[in-house]
Design a protein around this ligand. Sequence first.
Ligand SMILES: Cc1cc2nc3c(=O)[nH]c(=O)nc-3n(C[C@H](O)[C@H](O)[C@H](O)COP(=O)(O)O)c2cc1C
Length: 223
Amino acid sequence: MKSRQPWVVGVSGASGTPYAAAVLRGLLAAGESVDLVVSRASRLTLLDETGISFRDAHWREDLAAWLARGADGKPDTFDVSDALGDVRYWAAGDLAAGPSSGSYPAKGMLVVPASTAAVAGVALGLSKDLLQRTASVTLKERRPLVVAVRETPLNGQTLRHMVALDEAGAVVLPASPAFYAGATHIQDLVDFVAGRVLDAAGVPHRLYRRWEGELGGATPRSD
Ligand SMILES: Cc1cc2nc3c(=O)[nH]c(=O)nc-3n(C[C@H](O)[C@H](O)[C@H](O)COP(=O)(O)O)c2cc1C
């Protein structure tokens, strides 16, 4: 039997919980296993951005509600009913959790969205919670780490931390949507960022329309 090799998705307390939902949907749609870590602070952003109070004891139903919600406030078409079967959830304070060890067979980690606090913690190797510890483990094991930082403007400290992460082997990926892919809804902009995160991880998806070398492709047609 093939052993389970999950992507760890770490959600930290930056604005952008729809990015995390889109990345999770993309991983599950691609048939990937997922281990999920939700920082304490990200419960505030999730509550603020979706109205969902995320509870460790009820993570499955809270995650299902989160993934079923599109960024435009409408339901997403993603069918969460059986896709959550291969999600494993770890509490942010559980430093004995599987992903806290390098011997745990993770493929890598995606921090989406990444707060400047998480960026600092990982750059400095603080390991103050499971999210930061797993990111440090991912770097030491030389596995892919994608850090989708969300803050603007950026101060010098964060810029230096981002350089440190880049030098340590992480992909620093600002949550910075582009408009060349023909976005007409907020979800399109969210999916662009989520798609770039999955690109960095090498996970196939169809979340956004790729640039094909022709100007004008994003212009809305009048017909
Ligand atoms: C509504 C809300 C929005 C926030 N947005 C951001 C943000 O976009 N970027 C950021 O770096 N921090 C943001 N923060 C602050 C972080 O949540 C805070 O720094 C926290 O300590 C991050 O902890 P964590 O990295 O453990 O999740 C926000 C906080 C709240 C309550």
